[in-house]
Design a protein around this ligand. Structure first.
Ligand SMILES: [Zn+2]
Length: 80
């Protein structure tokens, strides 16, 4: 198994994290198991990002058990 998957992340793995992000977007208190190890529930951290193109929130999903994390960039709807 390759130790560095930065360049070769499978789309299936990414899809699993996007699905987890979708669940947590609908219900931030949802308990979503880590797509990687299934041993613990993901924690979320939101980082506000201001850019000329708009306002974004970078949401970091992190697993306390295995340390795997994934960041999902979401645009903040205008007018909120
Ligand atoms: Zn994990």
């Amino acid at each position: 198994m390759p130790s560095n998957d930065a360049a070769g992340r499978s789309s299936a793995r990414r899809a699993a994290w996007l699905e987890a992000a979708k669940v947590l977007a609908a219900d931030p208190a949802a308990r979503v198991r880590c797509p990687n190890c299934q041993d613990d529930f993901l924690t979320i951290e939101d980082i506000a990002v201001e850019s000329p193109g708009g306002r974004y929130v970078e949401r970091i999903l992190r697993c306390p058990a295995c340390g795997t994390w994934e960041s999902i960039l979401r645009e903040v709807p205008k007018g909120r």
